[in-house]
Design a protein around this ligand. Structure first.
Ligand code: IVH
Length: 678
């Protein structure tokens, strides 16, 4: 006999509820999303055919209600309470001692410790297991009816699981937006030029208070339940437990999401160590929290302690230091990073935020300054989360009483006065005095000496750091003035290594043009671009005097790279350093000279050809093979294209080999290469 439609529908609904529970409550999905979607679509199809069988608790009935013109009011049968706060250990200790006094005991009192979620309180009313309404806290006695929005949240069961729940069950909890969802939402808003939310809490509140549930449905809202309100008609099998901790486990069993960080603690010291543990992990949690809530675990003790005003005597919030505070911008300075990136930094009236006093905060870049419209004199929100650099989040609305002037972009580097470049489409402005700028010194010299650049043996990063820190060198050109006596004053540098280094510097004095161009450390001029430039212009002088138009004609050089080149090469400071390098005895090997050199050597099949190297070669490193090929005037590039003449393939060659085969590129191995080179 075929299964009646009604049964089929009910069974699909039950499956969907079960899988949602696995996903949202247990955080342990047991089927892939696509499988869930298939079940869901089957249900939609059946319900479309049999609309009379649709019930409001069906998983398909989450969105659908029409936009409201305003929210109705809902009177809470039991008030929604708030919590008293403490900010330090002493106040926590007093709370605990008050509990002991009131309960006339000197014994330890069992408490629960749980994260204080930074969202908004909600009360969900279930009758006979069906969600009847969801109301915000409001003033504690009357809230707003946000049922149709809460119904769109897939973590909120429209019907409780099982059967053993009280006839009337009000559940209280916190609706929040997980950080990842918040960031995604703001990224989208930014892309669409819409207003961004200041923080996940505001985003959650804004999303829940939408009159159109279709909008709420698209917002990544979550819920954790943390207590109950009215409970009536308990079944003997499903009577609520006698401790807070167990009640939360029961709620989870009914299909309601509960935070899994909740722990039992038996002393005030245990409270503190829980607090410190969570504080350390605060930034790694998927959601924002602003402290810890401790609650007396026994419901009987809770009842005997009772309430004062709007807060229970049996619970307390132990707040974390705020991560956002208000301060005033006194000035804006610009800092130059090691790569020349220029960052505007706000000088602030000192403010205590995230546990420390902050008087500087980053403004990231000029685009951010414009977007946030930050000006000197503004009242701003400062954020310091964990170990992240404090930042200016936004200007306080309406705080500007007098007109303030816009912050202007720098035209010259505050450190070396070279021109500042800001390339269209890039957020970051940069100093173009790469070879000279003291802020970029160490970085530039490290790059200059590196293996693929001037390949100065024995001049590693730490040696460069020391030389720069001790003021022994200011530019790469100064390297060639170093003496053995100076070098031996460095850490772990004996006479022998010093002599070796001087020798290595001597050897480096005859770089090929491509290497020399690469060594200059011009932005976005990597090895391949440097080689193409050398191939095209042949001499250093020609590269130095090339126009923008000539540069963009070079293979691999687009408008941005061409601009970086022009900006760099036109800086007088950089020109001086290049001159000093040449004066120090560097003889750049022009490409014609290379050619001559090769002619003398003997031409070979690879001369003028383009090769790609891939995989592990039996005896040579890829770098060594490349050197050999370059020496006979071949071009070695990184990716296979129609222009590739040969692919030198070693062991474990992967996608490049496949592509070369497809394009019909000649494939050779190391033995063949060495034979051809003679
Ligand atoms: S218990 C009677 N537990 O904090 C108990 N509240 O400052 C009342 N909150 O309005 C609240 N996480 O919105 C409790 N684990 C938690 C909480 C929590 C966040 C919020 C709640 C309340 C506010 C009080």
């Amino acid at each position: 006999m075929p299964v009646p439609i009604k049964k089929q529908i009910e069974s699909l609904r039950e499956k969907l509820r079960y899988h949602s529970y696995q996903y949202y409550v247990l955080d342990d999905p047991d089927i892939p999303d696509a499988q869930y979607d298939r079940l869901y679509n089957q249900l939609v199809a059946l319900e479309e055919k049999h609309p009379q069988l649709i019930t409001p608790d069906s998983p398909t009935q989450r969105v659908g209600a029409k936009p409201l013109s305003a929210f109705d009011q809902i009177q809470h049968q039991l008030p929604m309470l708030s919590l008293d706060n403490v900010f330090d250990f002493d106040a926590l200790l007093s709370f605990y001692q008050r509990l002991q006094d009131r309960l006339h005991t000197e014994d330890e009192i069992e408490l629960t410790a749980e994260p204080k979620l930074d969202g908004l309180a909600i009360s969900l009313r279930y009758e006979k297991g069906i969600l009847i309404y969801a109301a915000t806290r409001g003033d504690g006695s009357t809230g707003e009816n946000v049922t149709q929005n809460v119904r769109t949240m897939r973590c909120v069961p429209l019907r409780l699981l099982g059967e053993n729940y009280p006839d009337v069950l009000e559940v209280r909890g916190e609706i929040f937006m997980p950080k990842a969802g918040f960031e995604k939402l703001n990224r989208l808003a930014k892309q669409n030029d819409e207003k961004e939310f200041a923080n996940p809490r505001n985003a959650a509140a804004g999303s829940l208070r939408q009159l159109d549930p279709a909008i709420t449905a698209k917002r990544p809202l979550s819920l954790y339940c943390y207590s109950t309100g009215v409970v009536a008609g308990e079944k003997s099998a499903g009577k609520l437990a006698t401790t807070h901790y167990e009640i939360l486990q029961q709620l989870r069993g009914y299909g309601l999401p509960v935070c899994n960080e909740i722990k039992l603690v038996n002393s005030v010291e245990a409270c503190l160590s829980y607090y410190e543990g969570i504080l350390k992990r605060r930034d790694d949690l998927a959601y924002d929290i602003d402290g810890i809530v401790y609650k007396v675990n026994s419901i009987a003790l809770q009842n005997s302690l009772g309430f004062v005003a709007r807060a229970p005597r049996w619970a307390i919030a132990h707040k974390f230091p705020a991560q956002e505070e208000i301060s005033k911008i006194i000035d804006v300075d610009f800092q130059v990073g090691r790569t020349g990136a220029i960052t505007p930094v706000a000088r602030l009236e000192p403010v205590f935020v995230g546990g420390v006093t902050v008087s500087n905060a980053t403004l990231h870049n000029m685009d951010e300054i414009r977007r946030k419209d930050v000006r000197v004199g503004d009242q701003v929100i400062i954020r310091r989360a964990g170990d992240v650099i404090p930042e200016v989040v936004r200007v306080l609305p309406n705080s500007r009483t007098a007109p303030l002037t816009e912050i202007q972009i720098l035209t010259n580097c505050p450190v070396c006065h070279s021109a500042v470049e800001k390339i269209e489409g890039e957020a970051v402005a940069r100093c173009t005095g790469g070879l000279f700028c003291p802020a970029q010194r160490a970085q530039a010299i490290k790059h200059f000496a590196s293996r693929k650049a001037m390949d100065i043996d024995g001049l590693g990063e730490s040696k460069v750091e020391q030389l720069v820190e001790q003021g022994l060198i200011n530019t790469a050109a100064d390297l060639y003035q170093l003496k053995v006596e100076t070098l031996t004053s460095l850490d772990r540098m004996g006479e022998k290594s010093a002599k070796n280094l001087i020798n290595a510097l001597e050897i480096s004095k005859q770089p090929m043009l491509a290497r020399f161009i690469y060594a200059l450390g011009i932005r976005e001029v990597g090895e391949t671009t440097a080689r193409n430039l050398a191939k095209e212009f042949k001499t250093l002088a020609a590269v130095q005097t090339a126009s923008y138009e000539q540069l963009i004609d070079v293979q691999d050089v687009g408008p941005i790279v061409a601009k970086h080149l022009v900006n760099f090469l036109s800086q007088e400071h950089n020109q001086v350093v290049i001159k000093q390098l040449l004066a120090a005895g560097i003889k750049v090997q022009n490409v014609e000279l290379d050619q001559h050199h090769q002619d003398n050597q003997q031409d070979c099949e690879f001369t003028g050809k383009t090769l790609v190297i891939t995989g592990t070669l039996p005896t040579l490193s890829r770098e060594q093979a490349k050197e050999k090929l370059l020496a006979v005037g071949a071009f070695v590039t990184g990716s296979v294209s129609a222009k590739t003449d040969y692919l030198l393939a070693g062991d474990k060659a992967g996608s490049k080999l496949a592509k070369a085969t497809k394009l019909g590129v000649s494939i050779i191995d190391e033995v063949t290469m060495l034979k051809t080179l003679g």
